[in-house]
Ligand binder design. Structure first.
Ligand SMILES: [Zn+2]
Ligand SMILES: [Zn+2]
Length: 167
C-alpha cells in the first residue's frame, strides 16, 4: 500500500497516537494526513497566517528563502509530504538556502545534516512559541529536496525522505 495519496500527501501508519499527542500542538491528523496549523520562529512569530496563500483551503507556511543571488518569500504547503510551494522565481535546483522568519528575519536554527548533498542541513520550525526543538518540523534547506520530519515530545513521528540522493 502506498504511503502517499494521489496528490503526494503523506499517509501515516499509526494515526491514533499521533492524534492524541499532536492535538495540543495544533497538528491535525485527518484521513491519515498530517496538517500543521501553527508554526513559529525562534522569537515566537507565527509563520502560518490566514492571509497566506492557501493549499486546499489551508494557509501555507511563510518563509524568507535566500539563495546565492536573490531572496524571496516562499510558501510551503502545511500538509506533510505535500511538496507544493508558492514563490515567484525558481532557485537553482539543489541550491542551499538560508531561511529566515518573515517578521524578524531571525535565521532558523540548523538541527542536523541531511545526506542529499554536501552542506545540506535540516532546519527547525517550531510547533510552539517556546521554540523547543523537541516539538518541531524539520525541513531540508536544499531547494528541491522534499525531506522533512515531524518531532513531538522529542520523538520523530513521521518522516518524508527524498527518493534519490540529489548529488
Ligand atoms: Zn520571527
Ligand atoms: Zn536534503
Amino acid at each position: 500500500m502506498s504511503i502517499f495519496d494521489k496528490n503526494g500527501k503523506l499517509l501515516i501508519p499509526f494515526p491514533e497516537r499521533l492524534k492524541r499527542l499532536g492535538a495540543e500542538k495544533n497538528v491535525v491528523v485527518e484521513k491519515r494526513k498530517i496538517l500543521v496549523k501553527l508554526l513559529y520562529c525562534t522569537n515566537g512569530h507565527m509563520l502560518i497566517r490566514e492571509e497566506n496563500p492557501k493549499f486546499d483551503d489551508q494557509p501555507g507556511i511563510h518563509l524568507i528563502c535566500e539563495g546565492d543571488t536573490f531572496w524571496q518569500s516562499v510558501y510551503l504547503s502545511p500538509y506533510q509530504g505535500d511538496s507544493r510551494k508558492k514563490f515567484n522565481k525558481d532557485f537553482n535546483k539543489n541550491e542551499i538556502l538560508r531561511v529566515y522568519c518573515p517578521e524578524c528575519n531571525a535565521e532558523f536554527p540548523k538541527y542536523a545534516p541531511h545526506d542529499c548533498r554536501t552542506g545540506a542541513m535540516y532546519i527547525a520550525l517550531f510547533l510552539d512559541a517556546k521554540a523547543d526543538i523537541n516539538n518541531s518540523v524539520c525541513i531540508c534547506n536544499v531547494w528541491g529536496c522534499p525531506s522533512n520530519f515531524l518531532r513531538l515530545s522529542g520523538e520523530v513521528y513521521s518522516e518524508v525522505r527524498g527518493k534519490f540522493p540529489i548529488r
